[in-house]
Design a binder for this molecule. Sequence first.
Ligand SMILES: Cc1ncc(COP(=O)(O)O)c(C=O)c1O
Length: 385
Amino acid sequence: MTGDERERLIRAEFPAASDTVYLNTAAEGLAGGTMERALNRYAAAKRRGSAGRAELTETASSLKERLARRLECRTGDLALYSSVSEAIGTVLHGLPWEAGDNVVITDLEFPGAMIGCLALSRLIGIDVRVVSHRDGEIETGEIAARIDARTRLVILSHVSFHSGLRFDIEAVTEAAHRQGALILVDASQSLGAVPVAVGDVDFLVACSFKWLTGSHGTALLYARPALDDPLSRHLTGWQGVTDFLGVMRTHEYAPKAGAARYEAGMPNYPAIYALHDALGLLDALDPPWIEARVQRQAGAIRALCCELGLRVLTPADPARRAGIVAFAHPDAQAIGDALAARGVTAWYRDGRLRFSPHVYTSDADVQALRPALTAAVGGRTPSPV
Ligand SMILES: Cc1ncc(COP(=O)(O)O)c(C=O)c1O
């Protein structure tokens, strides 16, 4: 595909990106035209009743193949859930916790994971060790220092929803394994923007409605095959066994190998169709090209924020960030409202404003941000860096 063809395809698939400066992928990715086509294909298959079932299951298998190719894992090591919170809950509640165990997590995590840990702590008394950030940053060593022989699980986002910091997953995985702990990585804010491979992590989760430009209603869970079912307790059902109609079905539980055993019943096929086709488009646009574009736009936005004297929370080094650029400001709400009035969609809450450009963000969008942000920030006391 030539550069012009790619730009035309992006404009045709994401028309909303032409109407507004859309910089809010970290909350909601824009859906491409693939969404409507995929849902229509699902509807056409469903209208055929049981005759459409083969297409449903083929699409689900094909989706897992696309995900497995990206993540460099096997399809059987993936399970589909309705949300990341549900996938993380499956791991949290499935591990064989003992009194005195702890989970290590940071305050740069999306609240869903933290709430899951705190709820489990109330139930069975595990210790929740929270590593605190300073101005959006945490060093690997600070996490490693909190992991000990009683740590059963480390939970870490690949890219923080809060500050945009991209963690060195390999280094933290090594630190966790050195102490015999498992690691769960949340790739919701990176998969679709920058390369994500499972490597040696034990669990990896990601939602589909942000950087993957899919719909709500499905999320993935990867579980490392070397582990012999580390989740001693988990939900399952007829989708999780090798032969649900086999003669032994009233006597024997014969789970599928790998994470596929954690799937219980009929999955969310509309969401599967949506994600399947969204991935097809992202693959056609070329993931390394998307990564370069995201990095360039995020870098330019970060530079603009620095130029305006804002208290930027996101590291400068492209290896330590992906598509999120955030700054702290006491007037984040007013600045965000002023940007919205000028046609810029960003995310702002709890004293932070966050930009998140994606494949559909053009150079013209970033140029348009300059006067809008300058005017929105102008006259407001900047926080000291
Ligand atoms: C890092 C991260 N994980 C997960 C989610 C979403 O979780 P869920 O699929 O449970 O809604 C979000 C944002 O909504 C997020 O930023």
